[in-house]
Design a protein around this ligand. Sequence first.
Ligand code: KG4
Ligand code: ZN
Length: 343
Amino acid sequence: MNGPGEILSNVVASQMAEHAPYGGVVPEIAARAHVEVIDDVIRSALRDAKTSLDEVDAIGATAGPGLNGGLMVGLTTAKALAIAAGKPFYAINHLEGHALTARLTDGMAFPLLLLLVSGGHTQILLVRGVGDYHRLGTTIDDALGEAFDKTAKLLGLPYPGGPAVEKEAARHPSDHPLPDLPTPMLGRPGFDFSFSGLKTAVRQAAQESAEDDGKIGDQAVQAVCAGFQRSVCRVLEDRVGRALDHAKQMHSKPLPLVVAGGVAANAAVRATLERVAVKGGSTLLAPPLHLCTDNGAMIAWATIERMAQNMPPSGMDFPPRPRWPLDAKTTPKIGSGKRGAKA
Ligand code: KG4
Ligand code: ZN
């Protein structure tokens, strides 16, 4: 496929409000919320696109990785529609959707280097072709978005934590000192991440700044958020910089850097990646935010890319795969992606 593609409709139903009171994703709520909205979402998507089921070429749905309940709802519905309409059905890996988005938006050629930073994943992937992915690095514990969410929770900020932490960090006066928080994995060989130690340090810093009534003052919240974000950016600079160098050596030329996932919304993270890309002789492509975060268009596009390669449709017995690494040759890392991805 030579993108970019044209998006006729892209309906996203967010469940953030349902999960917010619990400070994170609750699996039972996620499954029920999928059942409640899926019929309307499909109807709206066809209406927005001014088309009908008869006119589509195929039906693609996310089969994993992620929470089993939501996957079951989406897969079962997609299979039922495919059978009823007599269309081929494609089970798509959610991560493949992220990996191919830069081709949908900008027609990027292979190979490219992808940094995926969401609530469920933190990975660096070499994207060599449709279905040809090599995972260079992943988190060995928490995902980066999860670390933002936990930091927010520890400081009494709302869920999802990323935007709240970014906002508080921006309020910290640049000439005021920052808490000295760790930068896990910085300078280590390889391309893996780890964020649980940073979370522990944030907890300690929050406890130390708490006043007698247990509350943390505004200035202390701002300082911890700014310190956390500085550590995150330093780690990203190191890990992604190494990956770009490695890719350059392997391919004898710098590869374009693409970022995906909700954390890509963070201005400090984007600025850091921009700098790293320039330093490595590369360029950063950050797709528009609504296509960086989870969405149906990226799954439809992955389906189109598979069809264009004459890859066969999936069987109706294709099961949900809560764990489904893009790169089958990689070994699972302890605890990585344990929360699972949504959508
Ligand atoms: O990709 P996404 O929408 O959903 C999945 O997790 O798959 O990513 C959501 C994550 C949340 O953890 C959220 O806190 C984080 O992205 N996030 C941010 C920002 N906006 C969203 N993290 C840092 N800064 C932000 N501005
Ligand atoms: Zn995602």
